[in-house]
Design a protein around this ligand. Structure first.
Ligand code: AMP
Length: 408
């Protein structure tokens, strides 16, 4: 057969998928510990939701959306990110006050594919909707940080900035526009166009940004309330013991962001793809989507890049125990043991039909088992042989002790 997964998409099979499961479980755990409940949204929305919510002038909306008409003639788009849907759902459900939710799933952007830049990629994230206080910004930044530290992400840096709000940004944008106007010969075609429509985006341009060292930064032009908010976010981060680096050039590629912008950078990855996550405050989003003003702050983590940055060569074990059957007449008894251990909470598997003991040991290895229990001639005395597959240590123990042995 000659079919292949579409360009820019991946199949993730075992054993590589073991890292994915570990990472996704860690995410669920941290989100839950911080009080973020699960939200499920459709993977496609009316195109308008993203056109408005992400911003007409963004690269995502202009070039990267998977937009199609369904059989009813509606224009729909596969979600390129998660926040717009969450806020759309908040408004649609008529929620008032605070909502803390976490999501997880595939996102779609028509990108030029390379390592860590995919057309279908996987994001997890949280949204803290309905709260304007700086405490919410700091909490959101912290949950992402704790998650990445727990995964032992190497060379991790949290970068923060403030990009102001509709009060202070216009004056700053004027200055930025003047500066960029003088730098026209250093700007790419795309940035020249953005210079008129949204100059902040130029600082986000992968090509131009490194050439614009002297550009004014939004953080130097904040109005009083924005400056106070930014100070509070930083104080909170210090109180929470979250190390961060102020990064005045950091802006976000999405239109609805106000004030806090942040990114998690794995400095060991190649520069263009070293942001493993990011987020910010989006106090303008609900109104853009036709609702009343509702503040909010959130983050999104890119799981493809996180798995890449972790670069796990030894995959975590997928099974606690593999049960090997040494004689055909013990097959049913062994199946009973497997069932009992599974009910005791262990991850256990065995061959569906009799094969040689050697073949079963090979399968145990391939399936990523931490240990093996052999149901053989000791079974009649209520015993089995167990072997630790990593150390090779082997002993004969009572059947009742197998669960405890596998747990240790
Ligand atoms: P964004 O939604 O653009 O703020 O991205 C948040 C995170 O998602 C980034 O830091 C990346 O880790 C990840 N991400 C964004 N776009 C892609 C992509 N095309 N392929 C893989 N990961 C991505």
């Amino acid at each position: 057969m000659s079919f292949r997964a579409p360009k820019g998409t991946d199949d993730v099979l075992p054993p590589a998928s073991r890292s994915w499961r570990r990472v996704l479980r860690a995410w669920d755990d941290w989100a839950e510990r911080f009080g973020y409940e699960l939200i499920l949204n459709p993977v496609f929305e009316a195109t308008e939701v993203f056109a408005r919510g992400v911003g007409e002038d963004t690269e995502i909306v202009q070039k990267q959306m998977y937009t199609f008409r369904d059989k009813g003639g509606r224009s729909l788009t596969l979600r390129p990110e998660g926040t717009a849907s969450v806020v759309r759902a908040y408004l649609q459900a008529g929620v008032t006050g605070a909502l803390k939710v976490s999501y997880s799933g595939p996102m779609f952007r028509y990108e030029q594919p390379q390592a860590g830049r995919r057309r279908q990629f996987y994001q997890v994230g949280v949204e803290y909707v309905g709260v304007a206080a700086a405490a919410a910004d700091a909490e959101v930044i912290e949950v992402g940080y704790r998650f990445l530290v727990d995964l032992r992400m190497p060379n991790l840096e949290v970068q923060v900035n403030s990009i102001g709000d509709p009060v202070c940004r216009p004056a700053y944008l004027e200055l930025l526009r003047d500066y960029l106007d003088q730098q026209r010969d250093r700007l790419c075609e795309e940035s020249l166009r953005r210079l008129e429509s949204n100059p902040l985006r130029v600082l986000d341009c992968r090509v131009c940004a490194p050439r614009l060292e002297g550009a004014p930064s939004p953080v130097d032009f904040l109005c009083e309330p924005c400056a106070v908010h930014y100070e509070e976010v930083k104080e909170r981060l210090e109180a929470l013991d979250v190390p961060y680096r102020e990064t005045p050039r950091l802006v976000r590629g999405l239109d609805y962001y106000t004030r806090t912008a942040f990114e998690y950078v794995a400095t060991s990855l190649e520069t263009a793809q070293n942001a493993v996550g990011g987020g910010g405050r989006y106090d303008g989003l609900a109104e853009v989507l036709g609702g009343p003003p509702v503040p909010g702050v959130g983050l999104a983590m890119g799981i493809d890049r996180i798995v890449l940055a972790l670069g796990e060569t030894a995959q975590p074990p997928a099974l606690d125990l593999y049960v090997v059957v040494a004689a055909p007449e013990l097959q049913a008894a062994a199946a009973g043991l497997v069932s009992e251990l599974r009910r005791a909470g262990l991850r256990v598997d065995a061959e569906p039909e009799g094969r040689s003991v050697r073949a079963q040991f090979r399968a145990a290895d391939r399936r990523g088992a931490a240990g093996v229990a052999v149901v053989g001639e000791e079974w009649q005395d209520g015993k089995v042989t167990v072997r630790d597959l990593q150390s090779g240590a082997q002993e004969i123990i009572a059947v009742e002790e197998v669960a405890a042995w596998a747990r240790s």
